[in-house]
Design a protein around this ligand. Structure first.
Ligand SMILES: Cc1cc2nc3c(=O)[nH]c(=O)nc-3n(C[C@H](O)[C@H](O)[C@H](O)COP(=O)(O)O)c2cc1C
Ligand code: SF4
Length: 439
């Protein structure tokens, strides 16, 4: 889990690899914040600019870095596309919207190691030939960090070559979807837009735009310093590196941890008394705890089970809770969080959420005997029909619950529930969002 770091490679490093061998790489050692510039520079040295558009991209490609915002898309491909299309007028945006209530890793990174993210943003801007750079940060997190101070200091010290504008993101589930981000950074509402064109072709103000999760940018800053071989010393050959995970244990405790990809799930979560594990957050999937204990933190292993790592949310459901009720509460939240712009979200998700609530006994009614058939039919009708992936992700999450909690579903059809506690476990605001502001 914590491989020793090799020395610097010939490829690129300008700074010796940190002698704090192994993990953590992104987070400061012993959890001590590295949010002041002097501490950061003492640990990692100056920003290793490459002096030209595209020059960093071969290292990012060789490292095998993929996006940590959810889709695990190869970062070098987006960099190449934007560098080619941008002709020096591209826009680069670091995404710290972190709209999912169960995820806290971007917030932790910005609090503990903001300069790694800001280094990564500068390097990505250089590699993509960007004329504009922005950091899109959830409103409440922005208020709690000292980002303005950090940015002023970096600009004054000559560290940053391009000024970074901070754009506050509304605390909504969809605000971090890349077309919603582009709309918001362009001065509009944080609502998903109809694609194509994709944002790397036509994004903020019509310019090719590189959107990267802030954790991806922090990894990129380390790859630029220590090289692809160093990066690959953690993780698996197919999925190299580390990732930040938000771990919600069955006892309710929540931590953010950095783990090598390929780490056994059982060493991250206490799976003892749990019934099931949620992997990948609210667009992810449930897996039975007994099964999860034999799995690793890799998409290669999770994909055949209909699951994926997403943005690294892992939650072990306590044995005394009803997985169906948990899913129904989250599904209600997801339906309410939709932007209501397309048919699947206007008609489909509210119906699905209401049926699931009835099945879970949240509606105070005995479920209709046809509810399972209805759920399956409506799920099929919304899939692939939205402008964004919100309906698809929501349906994946619900389908996994019906599969994994099948014995509980049968009990509920008889009006029974085996849970000993009805205290909500997964965070999901109960009512309509109190924040109607999408700006
Ligand atoms: C509904 C929805 C919500 C999303 N929210 C976020 C988010 O909060 N933060 C984020 O980085 N990516 C989010 N994404 C993914 C972005 O669209 C985009 O793929 C990502 O920011 C790209 O960065 P990466 O390649 O570094 O992961 C979301 C996607 C969807 C479909
Ligand atoms: S699919 Fe739903 S969330 Fe996505 S843009 Fe359409 S209405 Fe909005």
């Amino acid at each position: 889990m914590s491989p020793a770091l090799p020395g610097p490679t010939m490829a690129s490093p300008v700074t010796p690899a940190p002698d704090t061998a192994g993990l953590p790489r992104l987070l400061p050692p012993a959890g001590k914040p590295a949010d002041d510039l002097a501490t950061h520079l003492g640990r990692h040295g100056p920003v290793p600019y490459r002096g030209g558009v595209g020059r960093l991209i071969p290292d990012v490609r060789a490292a095998g870095l993929t996006g940590r915002g959810g889709a695990a898309f190869p970062t070098y491909r987006k960099l190449e596309a934007v560098a080619a299309a941008g002709q020096g007028r591209a826009v680069v945006v670091g995404n710290a919207a972190e709209g999912e209530p169960a995820s806290h890793k971007d917030e932790a990174l910005l609090r503990l190691a903001p300069h790694l993210v800001l280094d990564g943003l500068q390097l990505a801007a250089e590699a993509a030939g960007a004329a504009r750079a922005a950091l899109y940060v959830r409103r409440d997190v922005y208020a709690a960090t000292r980002l303005d101070r950090h940015l002023t200091q970096r600009l004054a010290s000559g560290l940053d070559r391009i000024a970074v504008e901070v754009v506050p993101a509304p605390p909504r589930f969809l605000a971090g979807e890349e077309s919603a981000l582009v709309s918001r950074v362009g001065g509009g509402a944080a609502l998903p837009q109809f694609t194509p064109p994709r944002v790397f072709e036509r994004g903020v103000d019509g310019r090719p735009t590189l959107v990267q999760n802030v954790e991806t940018l922090a990894h990129l800053a380390l790859i630029a310093r220590y090289g692809p071989d160093w990066f690959r010393a953690a993780g698996t050959p197919e999925e190299p590196g580390t990732m930040l995970c938000t771990l919600r244990q069955a006892d309710g405790s929540v931590t953010v941890a950095e783990a090598a990809i390929g780490t056994p799930l059982a060493s991250l979560l206490d799976l003892g008394p749990g019934t099931a594990v949620l992997v990948g957050g609210y667009h992810g999937a449930w897996i039975p705890a007994a099964h999860a204990s034999g799995l690793w933190l890799t998409n290669t292993m999770l994909r055949p089970l209909g699951a994926f790592l997403g943005a690294g949310v892992l939650a072990a459901l306590p044995a005394d809770r009803c997985g169906l009720a948990e899913t129904a509460r989250v599904a209600r939240y997801l339906a309410l969080e939709s932007a209501g712009q397309c048919g699947p979200c206007l008609n489909g998700l509210p119906r699905i959420a209401a049926a699931l609530a009835d099945l879970a006994g949240l509606g105070g009614r005995r479920p209709d005997p046809r509810v399972l058939a209805d759920l399956s039919r409506w799920a099929g009708l919304v899939e692939g029909r939205g402008a964004c992936h919100h309906p698809d992700g929501t349906v994946r999450f619900i389908r996994s619950a019906l599969r994994v909690f099948a014995p509980e579903v049968r009990q509920h059809q008889q009006g029974r529930c085996s849970a000993r506690s009805s205290v909500p476990f997964l965070p999901a605001p109960a009512g309509p969002s109190t924040d109607a502001d999408w700006s």
